[in-house]
Design a protein around this ligand. Structure first.
Ligand code: B1M
Length: 233
């Protein structure tokens, strides 16, 4: 029993499956401290960062997404859930990004104009760092001018764009067109991702590849870099 008289659940008393289920509930309820504690407990129990990310955090957010879609949860609750998810991700970040080696390439990434979803983009950034890339994150609501300015400033190998809304995904094409207008489209590998996209869309807007998830984004980025370096050798 906690000092304020409420029952406090001892997360350490739960077995792994119960703890993961409790973390889904805590994420749903926006309880960031509990999600962080659960994440730490699973790490202590020898779980890999990837497994915690996928089984506890991403799966918890999927459940939130279903109830958001169905009108059971609303923006304020989903914001709290997102905050809890970010708490867990902050614990995992150094583990996912652990590399120590010289960067194998540079990526500029951002969520496109009109869109403020950043959890998926942040995950992609972490996985790219884990794969050995230096990542410049432009944040959310990024317009074409900001992308172009960042390309000029950072000279990356890859431009990554994220969109979570059917209304914002067409803006990716605007950015790619802006690259074409400047005659610099082929200077960059353009990767796109986000829940409403698919491969067909990626091809239609002239991206080099659509990436279904963060792990695939990291694999795809590596494969393109190796191919490009091979062609230059
Ligand atoms: Co929003 N939202 N939301 N939301 N939200 C969705 C996207 C939605 C599908 C929910 C639903 O109805 N089921 C729906 C979109 C419908 C549509 O367009 N068809 C929606 C809506 C409608 C809205 C608002 C319009 C709601 C409103 O205001 N009425 C509003 C829009 C605000 C805006 O952007 N202008 C809004 C707001 C919000 C919150 C602010 C409350 C919050 C965002 C908080 C934040 O991100 N900081 C939020 C959230 C959390 C969601 C859901 C529930 C979860 C998104 C998420 O984080 N998923 C989402 C429902 C859903 O997707 N199931 C929803 C977890 C994340 C790990 O997955 O982002 O898909 P994901 O990323 C994956 C892949 O897609 C891929 O890799 C990632 C990791 O594996 N990937 C990339 C993503 N980006 C990539 C970039 C790459 C490569 C891969 O580059 C190379």
């Amino acid at each position: 029993m906690a000092q304020d008289g409420t029952d406090e659940l001892d997360l350490r008393a739960l077995n792994d499956a119960e703890l993961v289920e409790q973390m889904h509930d805590d994420l749903y309820d926006g309880m960031a401290d509990e999600v962080v504690e659960g994440t730490n407990i699973l790490l202590e129990r020898g779980w890999s960062a990837e497994k915690i990310l996928n089984d506890a955090l991403v799966e918890g957010m999927r459940i939130v997404g279903v109830d958001f879609r169905d009108g059971i949860l609303f923006v304020p609750e989903v914001l709290l859930a997102a905050n809890a998810m970010k708490g867990g991700m902050a614990v995992l970040r150094p583990l996912l990004a652990e590399t120590g080696a010289k960067p194998i390439g540079k990526v500029v990434i951002g969520t496109v104009k009109g869109d403020i979803h950043d959890i998926g983009k942040n995950l992609v950034g972490m996985m790219l760092e884990g794969a050995g890339f230096e990542v410049v994150d432009l944040g959310v609501n990024t317009d074409a001018d900001k992308f172009l300015a960042a390309l000029d400033e950072h000279r990356p190998d890859i431009l990554g764009m994220s969109a979570l809304l059917t209304t914002t995904m067409p803006y990716m094409k605007v950015v790619i067109q802006a690259l074409r207008d400047r005659g610099i489209r082929d200077d960059y590998i353009v990767l796109v991702g986000g829940a409403p996209l698919n491969e067909e869309f990626g091809t239609a807007i002239g991206a080099d590849a659509y990436c279904r998830d963060a792990a695939i984004a990291a694999e795809t980025a590596k494969a393109f870099i190796e191919k490009r370096r091979g062609a230059q050798a």
